[in-house]
Design a protein around this ligand. Sequence first.
Ligand code: ZN
Length: 144
Amino acid sequence: MATYRNATAARTIVGRLDHNKDLLEELIAVCKAENVKLAALTAIGAVRKARIGFYNQQAREYQFIELDEPLEILSLVGNVSLRDGEPMVHAHITLGTEAGDAYGGHLAPGTTVFACEFIMQQLDGPEFVREYDDETGLPLWRRQ
Ligand code: ZN
C-alpha cells in the first residue's frame, strides 16, 4: 500500500533567486528562513552550469553529469520534507540547450543560478520525514 497522508495548502512563497548562487542551496535557504517543512515546488529560469544526478539502481548510488554551459531551466519540479530534522529539497530538473535539446535529472549541488523564478506551495499537515530505505538505498518518506 502506498504511504500517504493528508495535507492542506497553507501559503505560497513566490520569489527569485540571486545570480551566481547555488540553485539547490538557495532553495533550502528559503525553506529554513521561512520554516517550510512540507511543500510543493516549481521553478523556471536559467543556469550558468549544472550538475544533475541519475540514481544507478544496481549500484545504489548516484552518478552525476556535469554540464558546463548556459542552460534554460525548462522545468524544475520538487518537494520539501524533513531529513535529520532539516528541510530537504528533492527536485528534478529539465534543462534546455541552445540547440533546443534537453538534459534532465536529479538536481544536485553545483548548479549555478543565472536567473530563477520559483513558486513554493507550503503545506500544513503531518511531518514527512526521510529515512534510509533498505529496498532502494534511498532516503524515502518513512512509512507509518
Ligand atoms: Zn531524485
